[in-house]
Design a protein around this ligand. Structure first.
Ligand code: SF4
Length: 366
């Protein structure tokens, strides 16, 4: 079947033209990292890899929030679930991530009250209806999600809720990209920057990174033509020796992002150092709840202690998240680790790179 005739390609003519333009450029052995897990899924789903010449390699990055949540953070969530008179509320993917000794799914099977919610507002509602329980919302995600969690905590304060808490492990994208660029094993020629995160933080949030590291960057949307446009823009830059910040998603991303969302985010959170799976501790890459909202901070209120966290045996999620290897190079991929029996978070999450490789044809996976 002609790939452009699939329903994904709403504008096959433009997509075809972009592919021809990419192919026309004599790109020599370049690696582009799509930072965002949603991009990874879109690239696989639409078969974009198979449209590119062999000289252009797409590498998935650390843009899946569940995947980059550190093992210690997962173990802390599991420990919170074990507390008396507690209801844990969480987004679905997190439940199946294996911790060092247990997972939220196993804890739920053993009778802990762990509920999947679609937003923090659902969790607040559960707290309101269960005044005799302490309700903890597990907050993971990047700058896209953090403002909604901030809005929830502002709402909880206004409602004077005294049985609602958030255990937050939010991460910020730009510091992680800077950390990747400083890594000696980094072998990336350009970044396809995440559309959703950029809507919130804005184009200018990447300016200093591009200028300091001289790395070509293009902010890209999620339609196949957006992604192809982003790839073309990167290939043109790299081929002509430029390193610029371009916004190929200007219909949604403004230079300053969404100031209202950012104001709300920093009303409730402040930056702190955070641990990323596969990367380690990155300065100012996390968000902790400010003192003004400390009564909602589960990590301060509950006395949970995780002494030692260990990564799943044989799992290479750390290397997958930094683009050092592809899932096909993990010995456990498909043989032991599957979406039904995931060993690591990259196989659990709907935005995980291993899940994308598993679900879609591996022959796109160079
Ligand atoms: Fe980890 Fe499974 Fe991915 Fe291997 S295939 S890196 S074990 S999640």
């Amino acid at each position: 079947m002609d790939i452009f005739s699939s329903a994904e390609f709403r504008d096959p003519e433009i997509a075809g033209r972009l592919v021809r333009e990419i192919r026309k450029i004599n790109a020599r052995g370049i690696s582009l990292m799509e930072v965002c897990g949603t991009h990874t899924m879109a690239i696989f789903r639409t078969g974009i890899r198979s449209l590119l010449p062999d000289s252009i390699r797409l590498v998935s990055g650390p843009g899946c929030p569940v995947c980059v949540t550190s093992q210690r953070e997962i173990d802390t969530f599991v420990a919170l679930a074990g507390m008396k008179d507690v209801i844990i509320t969480t987004f679905g993917d997190l439940i199946r991530v294996p911790g060092s000794r247990s997972s939220l799914q196993k804890e739920r099977a053993e009778g802990r009250d762990i509920r999947v919610v679609y937003s923090i507002v659902d969790a607040i509602d559960i707290a309101r209806k269960n005044p005799d329980k302490k309700v903890i919302f597990l907050g993971v995600g990047f700058e896209t999600t953090a403002p909604t969690i901030a809005a929830g905590l502002i709402m909880a304060k206004e409602m004077k809720l005294d049985n609602f808490y958030a255990a937050c492990a939010h991460k910020r994208v730009p510091p992680a990209l800077k950390a990747l660029l400083k890594s000696p094993s980094m072998n990336i020629d350009g970044f396809l920057l995440p559309g959703h995160v950029s809507v919130i933080i804005g184009e200018e949030a990447y300016r200093s990174m591009v200028e300091t590291h001289r790395i070509p960057c293009v902010i890209t949307g999620f339609e196949p033509t957006d992604i192809l446009q982003g790839i073309l823009a990167l290939v043109i830059q790299i081929n002509s020796g430029q390193a610029r910040l371009e916004n190929a998603y200007s219909r949604a991303v403004l230079p300053q992002g969404n100031p209202r969302a950012m104001k709300m985010l920093y009303q409730v959170f402040e930056s702190e150092d955070a641990e990323w799976r596969g990367i380690g501790v990155i300065q100012n890459s996390g968000l902790r709840i400010r003192n003004e909202y400390r009564e909602f901070d589960a990590l301060r209120y509950f006395d949970v202690f995780v002494d030692e966290s260990t990564e799943p045996k044989g799992c290479s999620c750390g290397q997958v998240l930094t683009g050092t290897i592809t899932p096909l190079q993990c010995p456990l991929f498909r043989s032991v680790c599957t979406p039904e029996e995931p060993v690591g978070p990259c196989m659990v999450s709907t935005e995980g790179t291993c899940a994308a490789y598993y679900r879609f044809s591996t022959d796109q996976g160079r």
